[in-house]
Write a protein that binds this ligand. Structure first.
Ligand SMILES: Nc1nc(=O)c2c([nH]1)NC[C@@H]1CN(c3ccc(C(=O)N[C@@H](CCC(=O)O)C(=O)O)cc3)CN21
Ligand SMILES: O=c1ccn([C@H]2C[C@H](O)[C@@H](COP(=O)(O)O)O2)c(=O)[nH]1
Length: 283
């Protein structure tokens, strides 16, 4: 939590204003932040200086792993975060590749599960990486990527946290996650939860011990209409100790994740937090 609040404070103190064409808003911006999560100690990086809707963030991760490409599928499993990008962005609404209401297009898990091969066909990157890790293999390229620049015109948004690389060292599983752009007040909390949960989940289904997760954020920003709430409300609060995340031990395979897992299979204990803050969202 401290490293997240330090990043927020750094943006407030040192950030530069950048015009953003897509949203029409200005963003107070810094470049590069490296956050580390102790999955080994089960220190779940939930925001404690405001109430976090952590279940929606885990649902979003589950949707990515399943290769969902519709905001309706995300809603069905308890996540409303894609409604606006699928249905309210004028550029996407005008895009002839949009297949109708709720379509997100070729983004995130839809890309990773069907990563196009130049010589025809596609690769399921997520299955491939999990299969390797389950056999104890780390070929120094256990990379799940959602980034496919040749397909950006087929999706509603370019992926923000776009790459996850797993490594095995001495029986311990590590994760390095790479994010090109982060809306720190809204996406920040969600993405930290997702990096942590991804490592914990993949360690569980591959039978490896979870180590640390390293999260790099390149462009870290606060939108102009979020600044006052961050500076004058959230940053004035004192954080509480980290809660813990518990995952149903019956989840033993990628197939389990794809078929029966729901948000009821995730529980958080010792979550003490300040009141909710509703930050404005930019489409
Ligand atoms: N501007 C922007 N920021 C983002 O963080 C973001 C996007 N766009 N577009 C794609 C996804 C969607 N994400 C989102 C979208 C909404 C919330 C959000 O509204 N969070 C609320 C609570 C949500 C709930 O009640 O479930 C929050 O208070 O954290 C968070 C992440 C992350 N991404
Ligand atoms: O997981 C996510 C997804 C999106 N975001 C934020 C980062 C930006 O504010 C917008 C995307 O806009 P771009 O112009 O494509 O950078 O969404 C996030 O923080 N986390």
């Amino acid at each position: 939590m401290k490293q997240y609040l330090d990043l927020c404070q750094r943006i407030v103190d040192e950030g530069k204003w950048v015009e953003n064409k897509r949203t029409g808003k200005r963003c107070l911006t810094v470049i590069n932040a490296d956050l580390t999560y102790h999955v080994d100690k089960n220190e779940f990086p939930l925001d404690t200086t405001r109430k976090s809707f952590w279940k929606a963030a885990i649902a979003e991760l589950l949707g990515y792993l399943r290769g969902y490409d519709s905001a309706a599928q995300f809603r069905e499993i308890g996540c409303n975060t894609w409604n606006a990008n699928a249905n309210e962005n004028q550029d996407w609404l005008n895009n002839p590749n949009r297949k109708g209401e709720d379509d997100m297009g070729f983004v995130y898990g839809a890309v990773a599960r069907n990563f196009p091969k130049p010589d025809g066909g596609s690769v399921d990157l997520i299955k491939q990486v999990i299969d390797d890790l389950s056999k104890g293999i780390d070929n120094r390229g256990e990379i799940i990527t959602f980034y496919h620049p040749g397909s950006f015109h087929l999706g509603c948004l370019r992926p923000c946290m776009f790459q996850h690389q797993f490594s095995i060292l001495d029986g311990v599983l590590y994760l390095n996650s790479y994010q090109r752009s982060q809306d720190v007040p809204l996406g920040g909390n969600f993405n930290a939860i997702q990096v942590f949960t991804l490592l914990k989940l993949v360690a569980q289904i591959t039978g490896l011990e979870a180590g640390k997760a390293f999260h790099k954020i390149v462009n870290a920003h606060i939108y102009e209409d979020q600044l006052e709430l961050m500076r004058d409300v959230q940053l004035k609060r004192t954080p509480f100790a980290s809660p813990q995340l518990h995952i149903n031990p019956d989840i033993k395979s990628f197939e389990d994740l794809e078929t029966w897992v729901t948000l009821d299979d995730f529980e958080v204990t010792n979550y003490q937090h300040h009141d909710a803050i509703q930050y404005p969202f930019s489409v």
